[in-house]
Structures are given as structure tokens and as C-alpha cells.
Design a binder for this molecule. Structure first.
Ligand SMILES: Nc1nc2c(ncn2[C@@H]2O[C@H](COP(=O)(O)OP(=O)(O)OP(=O)(O)O)[C@@H](O)[C@H]2O)c(=O)[nH]1
Ligand SMILES: [Mg+2]
Length: 587
């Protein structure tokens, strides 16, 4: 998952070979890519992790080449934008070699794809991956026979442990030398192909019937409603407990005391030795001081939650739990016109909406993509905004905190149903693939958490500093009064909030959590907290989300999403204020 969306350009120099990494979804291509290139790309245990291509450099004994990580695809007739990327790469890139990764625990389906690839007449090396999991399941494959059947080298690999990868690299150059290949008779149609696959499987694969492992039993239990639903409730509650409780602990016990007892006096002292009180002094270390809030907000308030959220999310991703959750909620989601598989990008939206929206590329219908992207932009608070909500409400009113999240769920559901009715077309029923339940690989798990947290810090700190600086200027120069006076009827009349709440609305344009954080500095009643939080929840997708919406859909759709969330924010927030005020007057 990455918050930047620029697609790399492929540039090949003289003498370099170009290698495509292809295969069915979720077979370990991205792990192979990371290991061979040393570049960090995200790998997760579900279909559709990679939705665009990434290019990296490889070398072997002084030879150089370019390796391209491609989204997984079930067949060469693309059914989703992600698969389209893969098929286009094959058609247009003139690769010297293809490394086709096969899942040893799922050989039949993988071989079907392998045979389809052969018609391109490009040299192929097969990496028979996940052989560790296959072994646990009692599956063994005769590598030599498979290699003869496929007319190409087959290398057994365990990508997460680097096993077999050096061999793959060596073979890549050997095969690139061969300009022509001969795969013999390539099956013409699907039926012939499946028959051929069946014959190969009979020749090369042996399955020893043994008792299912504990992980396999657990994996099954998590899908069956009777055991799966209670388990999902426990898992989600546990996840919430870790993020909310853990974040609060880290913040209250470690970060805030450090900040208030050491950092703030220290920095205020330094600044006051150079500056006397005045505008610049206040912008730096005053109420909204850049050096105070610009550090406190991202590091002490938001970071603990973002960090813990990624610890939990990455675990759910790598274990293969998310597709299991998707099966359980499938019937609920069908009601709003989307398949269960879309729960994956939706859950990712609780981290950041940008990768969530990109993740919809794995979806097979444009209608579903728009529904998921809209719902995530409208009502799913990102990890940073969740941190801000907890900071604002955790101590003052847990009830409001719970209400905000219930309202968010309700809005997702209603929003989805309305869009389902509004947008023509229907979603294709597709069987969701359930991966093996895996124990996350410790090294890649930690790396992923590190990458995501680092990315958040880089992405959040600059806008946060600028935003805080802007807020300080506006507050110190009195410009806020001018703006505040202009929209007073809305802020004070309709929403019942103090004029200073306008700062949140101005900053919220930049990032979602900035719509919430300025409220911390105000003394709000419980009702005001609720109203302000609801407005902040729906308010606007942040700038980078708007950017990705424009890129992924047409600008018209991006604008429609932006404008509707904006108006809904004021409408729903105000409605809550007016209704509660009226009811309390009547009582
Ligand atoms: N046990 C084990 N796990 C593996 C191995 N190779 C990959 N994995 C895990 O399998 C999952 C899928 O890996 P990815 O690299 O994301 O798969 P992909 O083929 O890139 O998937 P898409 O991008 O969705 O097409 C991840 O959770 C990996 O950690 C392996 O050899 N053994
Ligand atoms: Mg991938």
C-alpha cells in the first residue's frame, strides 16, 4: 500500500534484459520481486494486492536487467482494471523472459494460467512457490517431470525465505539467451487446456492424505458462520482494544508527559531567548504554535494510533483473515450492491483512503468501484482521523465517540444503498478466493509496519506543520474573525458551534484529521462535540484522496463525491444540532 500514485515509466538500457513477473493472484510475486530487486513493494495474503506495475533492477554476475512486478491475473481475458494492466504488459512490453510464479498448493488452477502464457512464445521460467505450505498440506510435486511437461525450467521456491530465488535469477539470463522457444502443441481452447492440466497433475502431483493442520482447521472455522461470526466479533473487538486502548496508553503515559514536561518548556525557552512576545513568537510557540502543535499533533496524538492500526491491519492482511471476513459479510454487502471482496479495500480505508481507492482496481465492475470509493471517501475515517477523534473524545465523552462510529457505519450503508439504486448496471457475482491461513512471516510483517508508519510520517508532517502555521497566523492576525463573521449563520446558527471551529473547517481541506484537531483547543459541550465530530467525519476527502479520485475516475465523479460529502457534512451535523436542541427544549 502506498499513498503516492505515480506509475513508474519503464526505461530499459542497451544490453539489459526485461523480465516480467506474472502468475495467478496471491502466489507470492511481490515477495519474489522485493527479494530480487531489494525494493519494497507491499505483499499481502489476499487476491489483488498489486494493482499496478512496479519496476526494479536485477543483476546476476555483472549482468543487468529490469524486473516488473505485475498484478495477478486468473486468465488472459482481463476482467478487472488490475488484470488489464497485466495483460497489457504482456501484449506491449516485448519481455525477454517471463518468471511465472505458481502456487504449489493450488497447482491445477495455476497450471491453467501457465499453459495460457505459453502462447506468447516468450521464454518462461516457472517458480513453484509456497512449497513450504504445500509440504505441510501433504502435497508433493515432481519437479523434473513438471519441467518436462511444461517444456521449461521449474524451480521450487519459498519466496519469503529466499529459497530458490538465486536459481531463478540465474535461469533468467540463460533463458533470455534463447530467443526462440518450443512449447509443442499448445491447447487451442479451454476444454483442451483443462484436460491437459488434468493429465499433468496426474503425472506430477502426489497428495498424501493427512490430518489437517491446526491452521487449516482454524482457517475453516473462521469461514463457517456458526464459528466464524463470533470469532469475527472477538477479532474485531480485540483489534479495536489494541488500537484504542494501546494508543491511549502510549499517548497518556509516555508521549504527552515527555512533550509537556521536557519538550515544550525547552523549545519555548529557546524561542524566547531570540524573540520577544509578538506575532512571530506566537506563530512559533503560542496557542497554535507550529513548534508546539506541529509536533504534538502528529507525534503525540496521531502517531500511536496509526502505528497500532498498522500493526493490527498488517497482521489481518498477512494471515489471510480478511478474505474470510469478506465471506462472512458477503450477504450484507450484496444488499448495497457490492461483493464481499470489497470489504478488503473498505477496511484499508480505515488506514488511508488512497490505497483503498486504488485497491478497488481489483474489482470487476466500475459500479462497484465507484460505490466503494464513494463510501470510503464519505464515511470511513482514516487512521489519522481516528487518532484525532480518540484524542478529542476519548477522555471527554466515549459515548460521542461510539456514536460517531455508528453514524459512520450507518452512512456507509445508506450511502451504498442509494448509490446502488442510482448507478446503472450490476455487480458480477464472482467466487471469492480464500487463501491459506498463514502465520505472517516476521521479517516482512515488521518491514511492512515500518514502511507504512514511515510513509505516514513523511506524508503527514509537512501538511500538518503548514496547516498549524496557517491556523496560528489566522488566529493571531484576527483574520479568523473576518472569515468567521462571513459564515457565522452556518457555524453558529445552524451547527451551534463557536466561531473558532471555523479553523477546523479551513484546515480540514488539507487533511481529514486537521478538521478535528483544532477542536481540542476549544471548550465544547457534549452536543457541540458530537456535531463538530460528525461534520469533520463527512466533511471533505483530503487533497490526496481527491487527487486519486480524479486519477482513477473521471473528474466529474471526483467532484460529485467531493461536493456531496461537503454538503452532507453540514446537513447531517446541523440536523443533529437542531433536533437535539429542539427535543431538549420540549423535554
Ligand atoms: N509460507 C509462505 N508464504 C509465502 C510465500 N511466498 C509468499 N508468501 C505469502 O503469500 C502472500 C501473498 O504474497 P504476494 O507477494 O502479495 O502475492 P502476489 O502474487 O504478489 O499477489 P497479487 O499482488 O495479489 O497478485 C503474502 O502474505 C506472502 O507473505 C512462501 O513461499 N511461503
Ligand atoms: Mg503482488
Amino acid at each position: 500500500m502506498s499513498c503516492h500514485t505515480k506509475e513508474p515509466e519503464i526505461h530499459i538500457e542497451e544490453g539489459q534484459i526485461k523480465v516480467l513477473l506474472m502468475g495467478n493472484p496471491n502466489v507470492g510475486k511481490s515477495v519474489v520481486f522485493s527479494k530480487l530487486t531489494g525494493m519494497d513493494v507491499i505483499a499481502s495474503n489476499y487476491t489483488g494486492t498489486t494493482v499496478t506495475f512496479t519496476k526494479g533492477n536485477i543483476q546476476h554476475q555483472g549482468n543487468h536487467g529490469v524486473l516488473i512486478d505485475v498484478p495477478g491475473t486468473y486468465s488472459l481475458e482481463a476482467t478487472s482494471p488490475a488484470e488489464e494492466v497485466a495483460v497489457n504488459m504482456l501484449d506491449n512490453e516485448k519481455a525477454d523472459v517471463i518468471i511465472c510464479v505458481l502456487d504449489a498448493t493450488n497447482l491445477e488452477r495455476n497450471l491453467n494460467f501457465a499453459l495460457q502464457l505459453q502462447k506468447y512464445q516468450i521464454p518462461i521460467i516457472f517458480a513453484l512457490n509456497l512449497t513450504d505450505v504445500a509440504e505441510q498440506q501433504g502435497i508433493s510435486v515432481d519437479i523434473d517431470k513438471l519441467s518436462v511437461e511444461l517444456g521449461a525450467p521449474v524451480v521450487p521456491t519459498v519466496a519469503i525465505r529466499n529459497i530458490g530465488l538465486r536459481d531463478i535469477l540465474k535461469q533468467a539470463w540463460i533463458m533470455a539467451e534463447k530467443k526462440t522457444v518450443d512449447y509443442g502443441d499448445i491447447p487451442e481452447n479451454q476444454d483442451e487446456r483443462w484436460q491437459r492440466v488434468g493429465r499433468i497433475i496426474q503425472q506430477v502431483q502426489q497428495v498424501e492424505h493427512r490430518h489437517p493442520t491446526l491452521l487449516e482447521k482454524l482457517g475453516d472455522a473462521l469461514i463457517r458462520p456458526l464459528t466464524g461470526i463470533p470469532a469475527s466479533i472477538i477479532i474485531l473487538a480485540l483489534a479495536l482494544g489494541i488500537v484504542v486502548g494501546g494508543g491511549k496508553g502510549i499517548r497518556g503515559l509516555i508521549l504527552l508527559p515527555l512533550l509537556n514536561n521536557f519538550y515544550v518548556p525547552f523549545i519555548t525557552n529557546i524561542v524566547s531567548t531570540f524573540l520577544s512576545e509578538g506575532l512571530i513568537f506566537n506563530v512559533l510557540v503560542g496557542e497554535y504554535g507550529m513548534l508546539i502543535k506541529g509536533i504534538e499533533w502528529p507525534f503525540a496524538l496521531i502517531l500511536p494510533y496509526v502505528f497500532l492500526f498498522y500493526i493490527v491491519l498488517s497482521f489481518l492482511e498477512d494471515s489471510g483473515y480478511l478474505p474470510r471476513l469478506a465471506v462472512l459479510v458477503d450477504s450484507m454487502l450484496q444488499r448495497i450492491g457490492i461483493q464481499g471482496g470489497n470489504i478488503v479495500p473498505m477496511i484499508m480505508g480505515y488506514g488511508c483512503a488512497v490505497p483503498a481507492i486504488l485497491g478497488t482496481r481489483a474489482s470487476t465492475s466500475q459500479k462497484e468501484r465507484i460505490i466503494v470509493a464513494s463510501v470510503v471517501s464519505l464515511a470511513v475515517p482514516c487512521a489519522a482521523q481516528t487518532g484525532a477523534f480518540i484524542a478529542l473524545l476519548g477522555d471527554r465523552s466515549v459515548l460521542v465517540l461510539v456514536l460517531v462510529y455508528l453514524i459512520s457505519l450507518l452512512a456507509m450503508f445508506i450511502g451504498g444503498m442509494v448509490l446502488n439504486k442510482m448507478i446503472p448496471g450490476k455487480s458480477d457475482p464472482i467466487l471469492l478466493e480464500i487463501p491459506n491461513l498463514l502465520m505472517p512471516d516476521r521479517q516482512s510483517y515488521l518491514k511492512k509496519i515500518y514502511l507504512r508508519t514511515k510513509h505516514f510520517m513523511l506524508e503527514a508532517e509537512v501538511p500538518m506543520l503548514l496547516g498549524v502555521g496557517f491556523a496560528a497566523l489566522v488566529a493571531e492576525t484576527g483574520a479568523l474573525n473576518a472569515v468567521g463573521g462571513f459564515i457565522e449563520p452556518i457555524i453558529e446558527g445552524w451547527l451551534g458551534l463557536p466561531r473558532e471551529a471555523t479553523i477546523g473547517l479551513i484546515l480540514g481541506v488539507i487533511r481529514r484529521e486537521l478538521a478535528v484537531l483544532p477542536l481540542l483547543e476549544l471548550d465544547l459541550s457534549t452536543l457541540q462535540l458530537l456535531v463538530a465530530s460528525v461534520v469533520a467525519l463527512f466533511y471533505l476527502p483530503c487533497l490526496s484522496v481527491l487527487g486519486v479520485l480524479i486519477k482513477e475516475f473521471r473528474i466529474k465523479i471526483a467532484l460529485a463525491i467531493g461536493i456531496s460529502t461537503f454538503f452532507l457534512a453540514f446537513f447531517i451535523g446541523g440536523l443533529i444540532n437542531q433536533v437535539v436542541t429542539l427535543v431538549s427544549m420540549l423535554l
